[in-house]
Design a protein around this ligand. Structure first.
Ligand code: PLP
Length: 408
């Protein structure tokens, strides 16, 4: 097998900048360095033209008008601007927001802050595949509900939400609908009108663009969404987000969207095939595996598996030369199980035993075969040390045992 180590299989955390994206950005650092807000000379005009072309490229991928795109520093800022901006603009109408319990921290922590400021937030549960029930969304809507925010695809388990159905419900009730689509944009086809979303967050570095660049889509007609800016200053972006634009970042995001659009039919098919190859190799080599997330309604490149009787961190450690993520989040003091995995019904033990594989453009069949072989080998080795695994194989119900071998 010809693979070069280390193998990057963590494309849901970030992606490399594609070489054609980098080439599109290159002139805008040293040569074409103008400030797009400079109206009095060609340096400014050239930069503005580049930013506007990029805006059109992003808008084309989302199926909206270029004027509906607000540049941001990424999806974190886009989520903050969408949720806080709408909350502030519509507080006379109401102070209630509906979201889910498995949103990205950029949504959850923004909602938490608003709660401290007197807003009320309903955090909807998800089923054991990670899906929000649209009927729950409808039941949660009140007279004072001003915003629904549900992510398009989950960053850990890859589950896709029924966004178009939720969009229809939001429209029927006249409630604004925001989706964090950082994981969806560039990976699968959609349009803001198919989905009937009013606001949408996107991030360049999740789809082969640069870090520190992103966008918020803000619907301009039917309805015209009002936003209170969260960044004050020179009134850039029609007053919606002040600050000199990151010109190479905008150009890179535009180029990444154009690249994604060219590959939007082929890349999902290729990644799904690689994902299924990895899945079938692991399932034929190992027992006691659980798929986390939805079996079919998931991101093409995402595979998230709980390896029972194995400690995820030990497995990660053993998989030297392979970049994947675990179902644990390390804070400075402790290792916490993922709240997303707990929300879909895993216990802390299984959450800690989970690994996320994020397949992307660079991955090959050879890499998948290599990764599967290393995972099988190491899971078997770690399980050989586990009396619980022996007992389970001997048909003893391990849940009845009162003790555990886990060390953290
Ligand atoms: C990565 C990610 C974000 C944050 O995006 P940044 O551009 O890194 O700020 C938000 N939401 C989801 C679902 C993500 O995957």
């Amino acid at each position: 097998m010809t693979v070069i180590l280390p193998i990057y299989m963590d494309h849901l955390a970030t992606t490399p900048v594609a070489s054609e994206v980098f080439e599109a950005m290159r002139p805008y650092f040293c040569e074409l360095f103008g400030n797009p807000a400079s109206r009095s000379h060609s340096f400014g005009w050239v930069a503005e033209e580049a930013v506007e072309q990029a805006r059109a490229q992003v808008a084309h991928l989302l199926g909206c008008k270029p004027a509906e795109i607000v540049w941001t520093s990424g999806a974190t800022e886009a989520n903050n601007l969408a949720i806080k901006g709408v909350a502030a603009a519509y507080q006379e109408k109401g102070r209630h927001i509906v979201t889910s319990g498995i949103e990205h921290h950029a949504v959850l922590d923004t909602c938490r802050r608003l709660e401290r400021e007197g807003y009320q937030v309903t955090y909807l549960p998800v089923d054991n595949s990670g899906r929000v029930d649209p009927a729950d969304v409808e039941r949660a809507i009140r007279r004072d509900t001003i915003l629904i925010s549900i992510m398009a695809a989950n960053n850990e388990i890859g589950t896709l939400q029924p966004i178009a159905e939720i969009g229809r419900i939001a429209k029927r009730h006249g409630v604004l609908f925001h989706t964090d689509a950082a994981q969806f944009v560039g990976k699968l086809p959609f349009s803001v009108d198919d989905w009937q979303v009013d606001l949408l967050s996107a991030s360049a570095h999740k789809c082969y663009g640069p870090k520190g660049a992103g966008a918020l889509y803000v619907r301009m007609t039917k309805p015209r969404v009002r936003l209170i800016p969260q960044m004050d200053g020179g009134g850039h972006e029609k007053g919606r987000r002040s600050g000199t634009l990151n010109v190479p970042g905008c150009v890179g995001f535009g180029a990444a969207c154009a690249l994604a659009e060219r590959e939007l039919q082929t890349q999902p098919v290729r990644l799904r095939a690689l994902r299924e190859r990895l899945r079938s190799e692991l399932w034929s080599g190992l027992d006691y595996l659980r798929l986390n997330g939805h079996p079919t309604e998931r991101l093409p490149g995402n595979l998230n598996i709980a390896f029972e009787f194995v400690e995820g961190e030990s497995l990660l450690m053993a998989l030297k030369g392979i970049a994947v993520s675990s179902g644990s989040a390390c804070t400075s003091a402790t290792v916490e199980p993922s709240y997303v995995l707990l929300a879909i019904g895993l216990n802390a033990e299984l959450a800690h035993a989970s690994i996320r594989f994020g397949l992307g453009r660079s991955n090959t069949e050879e890499e998948v075969d290599y990764v599967a072989a290393r995972v099988i080998e190491n899971v078997n080795r770690l399980r050989a040390l586990s009396p619980l695994y022996e007992m389970a194989r001997d048909g003893i119900d391990v849940k009845d045992t009162q003790w555990s071998l886990r060390t953290c």
